[in-house]
Design a protein around this ligand. Structure first.
Ligand code: SF4
Ligand code: SF4
Length: 371
């Protein structure tokens, strides 16, 4: 028997601004949604689950992740119920259910908790640097002496291992909650993974189809690739970046850093500008976690650019301070945003497409066997 949670709508309302109680289930939103398809009709079906309090059905749905928040359903809704905003709130709700630590729930429900956690991580990182830093050489910029690379590398590895463990655990919990039948051969798991997760993560192509707005898609891609590039540079190639060597302007290492930073500044700047102007349906309402993510991202890039500028201008103290602040900001951006908040959707979306495909295959096999 389905479990009914009479407070489900109230719980969802804490995570977004919408008025789904106005919905009279006409289905116009589903008819206009460019991503809804046979067998996966949304958002109306998901709205019904929420209105009826069918918590288990909602939690086991992958459809909220198949929505890319274009806002076409909200524009066509005759009741002003804002189904697009509702789907966004459901994604936040699902994120809190995949996360076993309970941090996501706290971040999404309280901006004070997210702010305090961010400040705490920033302070701990800066204090750690203060305690372990080496000699402060003021006659030249000497980052290697200020903070020996092996210390930063150790911090990188610890963060990487913890992040990967948390994110993979959350994705596994998502799998347990959403993939219903497991009568699929192992080879199909591999084949479908390669066909779905890899291309959708790399191209974010459904967003292009959803928005029919190439500019939004380009900006999104700039953020994804800019972030991924900086992440790889810092975690894998730290030796090349935290160095006393002054690369020439045409060096691929320096150019690569500039291109990734420019991509992030443009992409995040565009997102911040749109949210301030509230120029589209998808930017009418911004949750505090959206602002935390964009602000942290922007500050990380700006401090990264400052490190480079101070280093090349030959300003030692300014370089060390910018580097310390930069690492202090990078920590909450990685530790909080990747597994628990905004950034986690980059993993959940392609996996949702994968899990949906597994469920469809499983259903097809069941029908075949029954027939
Ligand atoms: S959200 Fe609006 S368009 Fe969708 S079913 Fe309800 S009333 Fe109709
Ligand atoms: S926001 Fe766009 S993709 Fe999402 S349900 Fe509405 S129409 Fe579909």
């Amino acid at each position: 028997m389905a479990k009914v949670n009479p407070k489900l709508i109230d719980e969802l309302k804490e995570l977004g601004a919408f008025d789904i109680s106005a919905c009279y289930s006409c289905g116009v939103c589903t008819a206009t949604c460019p991503l809804a398809q046979e067998g996966h009709e949304f958002p109306r079906k998901i709205i019904r689950y929420a209105i009826l309090g069918l918590e288990d059905k909602l939690i086991s749905s992958t459809e909220p992740w198949l929505c890319y928040y274009c806002g076409e359903c909200t524009q066509s809704c005759p009741r002003g119920a804002d189904p697009a905003g509702f789907m966004m709130a459901v994604r936040r709700y699902l994120t809190t259910h995949y996360d076993f630590t309970g941090f996501s729930r706290r971040f999404y429900r309280s901006k004070v908790v997210e702010l305090i956690s961010t400040i705490l991580l920033f302070t701990v990182t800066v204090l750690s640097i203060y305690l372990v830093h080496g000699p402060i050489i003021l006659t030249r910029v000497d980052l290697d002496s200020f903070l020996p690379p092996h210390i930063v590398e150790l911090g990188d590895i610890v963060i990487l291992v913890v992040l990967s463990a948390l994110l993979l655990t959350n994705v596994y919990r998502m799998y347990r909650l959403t993939v219903m039948a497991r009568n699929i051969p192992f080879t199909a798991y591999i084949k479908e993974f390669v066909r779905t997760v890899v291309p959708h993560f790399l191209t974010q192509i459904r967003m292009l189809k959803c928005n029919r707005n190439t500019l939004n898609w380009i900006m999104h891609i700039l953020i994804v690739y800019g972030y991924a590039t900086i992440f790889i540079f810092v975690v894998v190639f730290l030796d090349l970046f935290q160095t006393n060597v002054l690369y020439p302007i045409y060096s691929p290492i320096r150019l690569g850093g500039y291109i990734a930073s420019a991509a992030l500044l443009i992409g995040a700047g565009y997102a911040i500008y749109g949210r301030l102007r509230k120029d589209t349906v998808m930017r009418q309402y911004s949750h505090s976690t959206d602002w935390f993510f964009l602000t942290l991202l922007y500050l990380v890039v700006i401090t990264g650019v400052l490190i480079d500028a101070f280093k090349y201008m030959g300003l030692p103290m300014e370089t060390y301070i910018a580097y310390t602040v930069h690492l202090g900001l990078v920590t909450p951006l990685l530790v909080l945003e990747v597994p628990f908040a905004k950034w986690s959707h980059l993993a959940y979306r392609p996996f949702a497409i994968y899990f949906t495909r597994l469920n469809d295959l499983s259903k097809a096999r069941t029908v075949q066997v029954t027939a």
